[in-house]
Ligand binder design. Structure first.
Ligand SMILES: [Fe+2]
Ligand SMILES: [Fe+2]
Length: 271
């Protein structure tokens, strides 16, 4: 059980007049992706099969991720009663399934796995912070604040275990960087775009590029420079670089420019 439950959300404050339909589409997608937390927890328990302390933490973590999905799904259903969260979850799972049979990390080492988890939590913590600041709908704001705090705590959890495994495995900087870069690139590998498709589209067939762009167009425009700077500092820390040096500032500026330009280009194309 996490630090909060669905009963802590002030559902009675829901203000439908303040719902942005574009944000609603991305929230529906996020509600599906979060539900994969249980499968990812199972995968982590397989990879860390002889580390019961980490397994216990991973199971708790998975439950918290699933709760994120439930909270977002409930919000989306209240706003749009036609949205069938259970049905959309089923469609999503049919098209995208986490591989559960692994006994070793797909990142090569356990340290690599933990770096990848840190990158994911950097992404989710930045996303919910940005979303919570962007939305004017009070209930979604309250949900995002809670989830963003959880995601930051998850980052710290995986980072703590990463330090422990790095002492044992001693993987070098370039390997750490390669895992982090690989996981960043994977953010466009289909999980998010398929969730966006399963949550919002009924008729058309899935097209990776199309739904990647549809998702990115609605999400990239939510980020402000400070979200990107903080996210880059978290990535730097995970790969073993100074999180507040000049290199970090430069990387954050480039990332911010890239996201800003991409959001504008996709917005122009859709207009
Ligand atoms: Fe989450
Ligand atoms: Fe998380």
């Amino acid at each position: 059980m996490g630090l909060w439950t669905l009963d802590d959300i002030p559902w009675d404050k829901l203000d439908r007049s303040k719902v942005d339909p574009e944000i609603l589409r991305t929230v529906k997608a996020a509600s599906l992706v979060e539900q994969n937390g249980a499968d990812y927890a199972q995968y982590l328990c397989n990879v860390f099969h002889d580390d019961p302390a980490f397994q216990e933490a991973a199971r708790r973590w998975g439950e918290e991720e699933v709760q994120h999905g439930r909270a977002l799904g409930r919000w989306a259903t209240l706003v749009d009663p036609d949205f069938d969260h259970a049905d959309a979850s089923e469609r999503f799972t049919r098209g995208f399934r986490v591989k559960l049979d692994a006994r070793q990390s797909i990142r090569g080492t356990r340290s690599g796995e933990l770096i990848a988890r840190c990158i994911v939590e950097t992404g989710t913590s930045s996303y919910y912070t940005a979303l919570g600041e962007a939305t004017e709908e009070p209930v979604l704001k309250a949900i995002c604040q809670r989830i963003a705090a959880d995601e930051l705590r998850h980052y710290k959890l995986f980072y703590t275990h990463l330090k422990r495994y790095l002492e044992r495995e001693r993987i070098g900087f370039w390997k750490r960087l390669r895992v982090a870069a690989g996981r960043l690139v994977e953010s466009e590998d289909g999980e998010l775009s398929y969730a966006y498709y399963a949550a919002n589209e009924n008729a058309a067939a899935f097209d990776l590029r199309r739904y990647n762009n549809a998702y990115a167009r609605r999400v990239y425009c939510l980020y402000r420079r400070h979200h990107v700077e903080r996210g880059m500092a978290m990535i730097f820390k995970a790969v073993g670089l100074k999180p507040n040096g000049r290199l970090n500032m430069l990387a954050a500026r480039l990332a911010w420019m890239f996201m800003h330009m991409r959001a504008e280009r996709l917005g122009r194309r859709a207009a």
